[in-house]
Design a binder for this molecule. Sequence first.
Ligand SMILES: *Cc1c(COP(=O)(O)O)cnc(C)c1O
Length: 380
Amino acid sequence: MHFDTRAIHAGYDPFAHFGAVNPPVFLSSTFAQSSPGQHQGYEYARSGNPTRAALEGVLASLEEGEHACAFSSGLGATDSIIKLLNAGDHVVMADDVYGGTFRIFDKTFKRFGVDFTMVDTTVAANVERAITPKTKMLFIESPSNPLLKISDIEALCTIARARKVISVVDNTFATPYLQQPLNLGADIVMHSATKYLGGHSDVVMGAAITRDANLAQQIKFNQNASGAVPGFLDCYLVHRGIKTLGVRMERACDNAEQIVSFLTEHKRVSRIYYPALDKHPNQAVAARQMRRFGAMIGFEIDGTVADGVRVVSGRRFWTLGESLGGVESLLEHPASMTHASIPPELRKKAGLNDGLIRLSCGIEAADDLIADLDEGLASY
Ligand SMILES: *Cc1c(COP(=O)(O)O)cnc(C)c1O
């Protein structure tokens, strides 16, 4: 079955629910038992619920995994994944993972004895070198945020497997429509379903998907033990969002390509970060492991923080905001928003210049988005 067909039909049988074409939202925290332990698959809804199970079915199918676990947020999923580890274990992590991922390792799990090393994972040899006998997990993200760096998922997961290290790929930016890390050798894929999977900026949710029954069982145990479970209605909303994932991604990628062409021609734009560009250092890897190059773009103007603020403020169609992956286009200015807490010198060292702007292309008409961006670029 093709991806777009699975997005509509996997994980749910209407005839198990009176023919209802959509999975019913089961607003039940507990399920009746005929005698102790005798029930129809569900007992208490922290452990599971039919609406969540339907969503997990489609998630497993789209990532070509066997087991999926939906969480209350992307970080909820990350939390249960890290809890596969024990005190004394070591993690090798990409040096530009999502800020919240860095924070949970650095501020929470380090206190419990899980150590980590950050490396530039765009060069596979860096990962090979960072693995020690204590290393039990590799945590990567590709494309990364906000510089759209690309790591060779297959090469990195091969290294991890040879050293018996669990490989985890945050696939939030690409979605399973563009890239399927389990097929590239990853052990676990995680998502912030808040972004493209939900797709409408109306829900916060996460997911973890794997083919390994043992890992799946431990992740589910950790989730049930800690409680980061998604709400019933939220499961329905993400399931509904997933049905249009393919069409939304195609349109958003079309828009991104047109916007990149516009930016390439614009004299006030000094640099563009987009994996399709020949100048991108891992363009060939992106072309190999992704169906298309995604709908996230970074670009720089040669200006100050204040200039960047001017470009992003007061746009008509580009909503100024910190998330991504919705039907509406969003933009943000890392130096004054997502990365403002990093001291200016450290920001510069990480390649996050004052004039850097991040775009999440939505599915509006490209001409309107381009005209609005053009106005913004004329305003400083
Ligand atoms: C947003 C995001 C997360 C965290 O997910 P939440 O749903 O906000 O908890 C993790 N990784 C990436 C790449 C993200 O963009």
